[in-house]
Design a protein around this ligand. Structure first.
Ligand SMILES: NC(=O)c1ccc[n+]([C@@H]2O[C@H](COP(=O)([O-])OP(=O)(O)OC[C@H]3O[C@@H](n4cnc5c(N)ncnc54)[C@H](O)[C@@H]3O)[C@@H](O)[C@H]2O)c1
Length: 231
């Protein structure tokens, strides 16, 4: 019998690819596609069919020989694995440019991420709201987290403040930090952190561009079976 996903350690590389499968499957569902073979999915996603089969086999393999994958089932299973089949409430620390941009992006709610409040030290921001999301004083942080049972926080403050604020968040009960500050957070192992560094992503883009220009026509590193995806 297929192993249950909870009992199996899934590699980080596979986890990193799951949101992309989820997005493609969502688009297929929207266009009324009910099932798809690994070959068809491979062409759309520009990854090899064997990669797709290997990845999805991690979860007991949802495909059937000659039938392909049931799009809706796979979509729902990936959502369950990613934990986005339920709602998460989060807060944003730092209501500056980046914090406001995140608050203003309504799509996170569609995915089940509900932003409850933003927090800042700047008195010019406290009391304002962005798309109905209030900016509160840091003095209310601890009680707000506890009273609203918040588990996730986005950190969009200067890096000099990030570690101290992260420690306070953890002491108040935060279990997951979406870290945009350009610094690595040293936190207890039970606290999960996802670092998002746009400038690192831009540096990787620069590397790819330079590689392409220096080696015209040469296969890209990691290129498999005629596929052009760098990941
Ligand atoms: N990760 C990325 O890809 C990425 C991209 C852009 C910016 N950043 C980083 O995100 C952070 C925010 O960038 P920004 O452009 O929004 O800056 P910003 O100056 O517009 O906003 C920072 C906000 O944090 C508040 N703040 C400062 N110290 C605080 C504290 N101790 N507690 C609560 N709030 C505090 C400030 O009052 C300000 O409103 C910076 O660390 C920046 O380097 C990251």
């Amino acid at each position: 019998m297929a192993e249950k996903s909870e009992e199996k350690v899934i590699s980080k590389a596979v986890i990193r690819r799951l949101p992309r499968y989820y997005r493609y499957l969502g688009e297929l569902m929207e266009s009324g596609v009910e099932r798809i073979s690994s070959n068809e999915l491979s062409i759309r996603m520009k990854v090899t069919a064997s990669q797709i089969r290997q990845d999805l086999n991690n979860f007991g393999g949802f495909g059937q020989q000659g039938y392909g994958y049931n799009v809706k089932y796979l979509y729902q299973e990936i959502a369950r694995i990613l934990g986005i089949d339920r709602q998460h409430t989060l807060i944003i620390i730092g209501a500056g440019n980046l914090g406001q941009a995140i608050a203003n992006y309504a799509n996170f709610e569609r995915r089940g991420f509900i932003i409850k409040a933003m927090f800042d030290v700047d008195p010019r921001l406290i009391g304002k709201d962005f798309r109905g999301i209030p900016v509160l004083s840091m003095e209310c942080l601890d009680s707000f987290i506890k009273e609203n049972d918040i588990q996730m926080a986005a950190l969009t403050i200067p890096k000099s403040q990030a570690m101290l604020v992260a420690d306070n968040l953890v002491a108040s009960g935060i279990k997951a930090i979406w870290n945009f500050a350009h610094t690595d957070l040293n936190l207890p192992p039970e606290v999960v952190v996802e670092n998002v560094h746009l400038s690192e992503s831009l540096m990787r883009l620069s590397y790819k561009l330079c590689y392409q220009m220096d080696h015209p026509g040469r296969p890209k590193p990691g290129k498999q079976g005629g596929m052009t995806n760098w990941d």
